[in-house]
Design a protein around this ligand. Structure first.
Ligand SMILES: N[C@@H](CCC(=O)N[C@@H](CS)C(=O)NCC(=O)O)C(=O)O
Length: 216
């Protein structure tokens, strides 16, 4: 391994890890992946070594520039501040606020409610309905917000942190069989973003830890 190369602790299917992988790809940052399998061995996120890196026992975590950062949005903001090109937060403060609002809506208002640890608590038989409810409730709000913020992407015509949150959350919605018909704007932006190389190389089906049967 090349000295000083950032290390991303990631799980192929983790939507929070995918957000960071997109940022790394957009900013052309070369990095090493250390897979943390959230299912195997009772969950490798619970190992002592990993807890030392991220006491929240969640992926992603990024080792970079001599520090370790957990929380995907904090990681993306750090990358933005230290490697500002291409920009993931618009220059205009109002647009920037919209980007952060949408990112928080997804990262704080949807994903945590359908995260693995929560699904374990609600029990196998309730998981699908629970996850669908969390996602539809968030997507109802998001679809409405996008009516006034979206251009080609979530906020105007530049790819932003909000888009890095949107695509992985739509993938989760599809995994939990959410009907996306009521969300034409979300679906349209997702489709456009998925044509971009950074979203493709970072996709769960193309990671070092993607199981062979899920590779594409
Ligand atoms: N707010 C955190 C959430 C991280 C998170 O929930 N990660 C999930 C995968 S997307 C995880 O590691 N779950 C493990 C578990 O629930 O045990 C972030 O944005 O990084």
């Amino acid at each position: 391994m090349q000295a000083g190369k950032p290390i991303l602790y990631s799980y192929f299917r983790s939507s929070c890890s995918w957000r960071v992988r997109i940022a790394l790809a957009l900013k052309s940052i070369d990095y090493e992946t250390i897979p943390i399998n959230l299912i195997k061995d009772g969950g490798q996120q619970f190992s002592e070594e990993f807890q030392a890196l991220n006491p929240m026992k969640q992926v992603p975590a990024l080792k970079i520039d001599g520090i370790t950062i957990g929380q995907s949005l904090a990681i993306i903001e750090y990358l933005e501040e230290t490697r500002p090109t291409p920009r993931l937060l618009p220059r205009d403060p109002k647009k920037r606020a919209h980007v952060r609002m949408i990112s928080d809506l997804i990262a704080g208002g949807i994903q945590p409610l359908q995260n693995l640890s929560v699904l374990k608590q609600v029990g196998q038989e309730n998981q699908l309905t629970w996850a669908q409810k969390a996602i539809t409730s968030g997507f109802n709000a998001l679809e409405q917000i996008l009516q006034s913020t979206a251009g080609r992407y979530c906020v105007g015509d530049e790819v932003s942190m909000a888009d890095l949150c949107l695509v992985p959350q739509v993938a989760n919605a599809e995994r939990f069989k959410v009907d996306l018909t009521p969300y034409p704007t979300i679906s349209r932006i997702n489709k456009t973003l998925l044509t971009l190389e950074a979203f493709q190389v970072s996709h769960p089906c193309r990671q070092p830890d993607t199981p062979p049967e899920l590779r594409a």
